[in-house]
Every structure is written in C-alpha cells, then in structure tokens.
Design a protein around this ligand. Structure first.
Ligand SMILES: [Zn+2]
Length: 455
C-alpha cells in the first residue's frame, strides 16, 4: 500500500488534540528533509527577508504520533541527474531504489531506454515507497526536447508509473517556462567577477561579451568602474532549472558603459527574418569582422601572459598576442578562404585567411590545424587550437590583421566594418521595443546601485 505524505498529514490532522499544527508541520517537515533531496530552485535575485519567530510550546507526548506515523507508508522523493555510463542499476542505486522489476523495465522498454542514452544531465525525479521494499512508484525524467529544432522552447518529459500489472510510460515535449530576469554590476577586477557578484549565469556573461565584442575588446579595454546591465530569458522545465546544458535563454537587451561611453544592444526579430542585436539607433551589432579570434570564456579571459618572446626580432613583431590554454578554439574573424595552412618558421603551425577586399588574417603558434588551404570559412568557424609551436615559450595565439599587406588594429577594423541598418518600417517597430528595453536596463542598473556611473 502506498500513502503519500499528504494522506499521512490528513490522518494526523484528524487528531488535532494530540498534535498541534506547528508540531505536525515540524514533524512532517523533518520527515521530508530526512528522506528527500530538496530540488534545486532557480536563482532568485529578489531579496528575501527572513523573520525568525520563537514561541514557547508545550511538548506533548509524541509516542502515539510516532506509532501512528509508522502505520503509514511514506512516499520518498529523490532527485538526481543522469551521468555518462549510467545503467538502469546505477541510476536506481543513486536514487536509493532497489527494484528489480523497475530495473528490468528500464532496460527493456524502448522509450525508457532513451533515458539512459543521448544527452546526459537529464533531471530524474523518483517517487518510491519508504521502507524495506523501496518499490519505485513513479519516475519523471526531464531532458532535451525530442524534436531538436525546439531545443530552446521545449523539453521532453518521460513519466514512468507503476500500474497494477507493471509499468506505463509516457513521453512528450512540453513548453519550457520563460521568465525575464535582469542583473547589473560594476567592474572591479574582471567581467566574470562582476557578473558572478550580480548572480548572472556564465552563458549570459559570454553572450554579453560577444554582443559587444565589436565595440569593446574585453581583454584589453575594460576599466575599473565600467558598468553593465542585462535583461535575459531564464528557462525552466516544470519550474526547475535545466540541467542538460541549455541553462539560460537569450539575452534580450544589454547596456555596457565602458570608459564613459554607453553602448546598448537590443534583440530584435522582424517577422520571420533572422533575429539579431541592434544598437539603440537601429544599427546591427553584427559586423563583417569579429574583434577577437578567441571566443570570450571564463578560462581564456583569466589566463595571464606567462611567456616572453624568444628572439629579439620577434619582440618587435606586430599583431596581438592572446594568452590562452593550449587547445582553446581559434576562430576566423570573418568570411574568407584559407590561403595557407601549415608550418612556417617563427609562426609554427599557422593559418592565413584571405577575406574580401584587401584584408587577410594570420593565426599563429597553433597546437593543431583544422582547415586546409583553399577551404572556404565563415565568420566564427574554428581554424585550429591555441598552442606554442614556433617561437613561443608558452601557449598563446599570435594574431595579425592585414589590410593591403599592412598591419592594422583588429578592434579598429571590427568597429569600422559595415553594419546593417534596419529599414524604416522595421525601425519604427524596433524603436518601441528599444525604449521599453532601455527602461528595463535603467531599472536594473538603479537597483544594483550602478546608476551613478551612467551618463
Ligand atoms: Zn605575437
């Protein structure tokens, strides 16, 4: 027989004289705590005020109640996530369930088999009978949408239920919950440190750095006192955070005040056109060239320069050096054709990409090369990995941007490269969106105490 906590509670509430409501809550509350692992709740940035109330309470004789409790079977709830190499047995063991029938079903049923195959990190919620039998009653598994085209809007929910003669199983795609959240901060040491303090997920910080990547070189130009605010979508599955990689939705709008200059970006999708980020005046943030050949990440942004040039003539070299761990992906800053991919003396493993016009880019000291001469590449395509081949004493990327054979500053080229401007009809729609987005950002900055930094 299975009895949920709710029924146990009901049974106890029928004897109010024996047990006060407070003690009941206490008793049931501690039963839940003892047996269950509390589900993770989404990060809530609203301040919570807590008040502790202490009151004297006569402690009744609890013996009849504990006896009464023992007469009922409590349902246990446990949570876990699937891991690489999981089997039906290892998963059930982690959930504290020993149930041969359930294990056999998980191995045999084709829908159930999908729980343990494909993407790991699916959230598993098990309900089982307390006590020696430990029988599985219900298993709910939430993971990536079955239809991968809906990965950002849906999740899959598999529900396995014990029935009279065995188990029933149901699998469906369900819409993700979408919530708008905001965060703001002031740079003291690094972007990630400030974003951590603001409680922003890494994926939001990285999106922000990419959105403003053609305006600000986040590795070289951040100033102490720079401020930012961001409004983003936060996704949830049945009210729980996603555990399988798509942790956060899209950044909807962002503001960055760098060295006194205010930059805004607002996500805008006009009808069925491809969406993108636009500045407050309706200019696309996308550029012909990216400012940096390395994607912004927690690891590469905090990596210090631990090398020095080996040869004197190398010291006088032109270009930009990015220190980063060996293997960090190196991406093409623009569309083009691979002109050279191979080894050259001081450069070590090097890739040279020719872009339209007179532009070419050089990526040197690579640990590996992932492209061939003559190959077409698109902006953002991986060319190879950071290394220390050639004249380098430590892993870093040596990057050159040439225009008509002369060296130019990559961030300057990126900033001046052409941007798409919205047409007048779209611009009118965009302006409405942008002004409400800006109100949001100002509110976020104000609540973070960063308003004094604004223009
Ligand atoms: Zn260099």
């Amino acid at each position: 027989m299975r009895l949920s906590l709710a029924r146990a509670e009901l049974a106890l509430r029928q004897h109010p004289r024996v047990l006060s409501g407070a003690a009941l809550t206490l008793l049931l509350g501690s039963a839940v705590t003892a047996f269950g692992v509390a589900p993770l709740t989404p990060i809530d940035t609203t301040p919570v005020s807590t008040r502790i109330i202490t009151e004297a309470m006569a402690v009744p004789d609890l013996t009849p109640q504990s006896l009464a409790l023992e007469a009922y079977t409590l349902a246990l709830h446990r949570n876990d996530v699937t891991r690489a190499g999981d089997t039906a047995d290892s998963l059930l063991a982690r959930l504290g369930i020993s149930d041969l029938e359930a294990a056999a079903f998980l191995r045999r049923d084709r829908t159930a088999q999908r729980i343990l195959t494909g993407r790991t990190g699916k959230r598993v919620q098990a309900t089982s009978v307390a006590g020696p039998s430990g029988q599985l009653q219900r298993l709910v598994v939430r993971g990536p949408a079955l239809d991968s085209a809906r990965a950002l809007t849906h999740f899959s929910r598999v529900t396995l239920t014990r029935e009279a003669g065995g188990f029933s199983i149901q699998e469906e795609d369900v819409a993700l919950g979408v919530e708008h959240r905001s965060g703001a901060g002031t740079i003291q040491s690094s972007l990630f440190a400030a974003a951590d303090q603001a409680g922003l997920p890494d994926s939001v910080t990285i999106q922000m750095a990419e959105i403003f990547g053609s305006d600000i070189d986040f590795r070289r130009e951040l100033r102490k006192g720079d401020t930012f605010a961001v409004v983003y979508e936060s996704l949830s599955a049945d009210g729980e955070p996603l555990t399988w990689g798509v942790n956060t939705g899209r950044v909807l709008s962002a503001r960055f005040v760098n060295d006194g200059h205010t930059l805004d970006a607002v996500w805008f999708q006009d009808g069925d056109q491809r969406g993108g980020y636009y500045s407050a005046d309706g200019k696309s943030k996308a550029r012909v060239f990216l400012a940096s050949p390395l994607a912004f990440s927690r690891v590469s942004s905090g990596f210090s320069m631990r090398f020095h040039p080996i040869l004197k003539q190398w010291r006088a070299h032109l270009g930009v050096d990015y220190a980063a761990p060996t293997g960090t992906p190196v991406r093409s800053v623009g569309d083009g054709t691979v002109e050279f991919a191979g080894t050259q003396n001081g450069y070590g493993n090097v890739v040279i990409v020719r872009h339209g016009g007179e532009h070419s880019t050089v990526y040197a000291h690579l640990s590996r090369i992932g492209v061939r001469a003559g190959q077409k590449v698109a902006q953002g395509d991986t060319l190879g990995g950071v290394g220390s081949t050639g004249w380098a004493t430590g892993p870093h990327l040596h990057f050159e941007f040439k225009q008509g054979g002369r060296q130019v500053d990559p961030i300057k080229v990126a900033r001046s490269s052409e941007a798409v401007t919205l047409g007048s009809a779209a611009l009118a729609r965009f302006r409405d969106l942008a002004s409400s987005a800006q109100d949001h950002l100002v509110g976020a900055l104000a609540s973070a105490g960063a308003v004094a930094q604004m223009e």
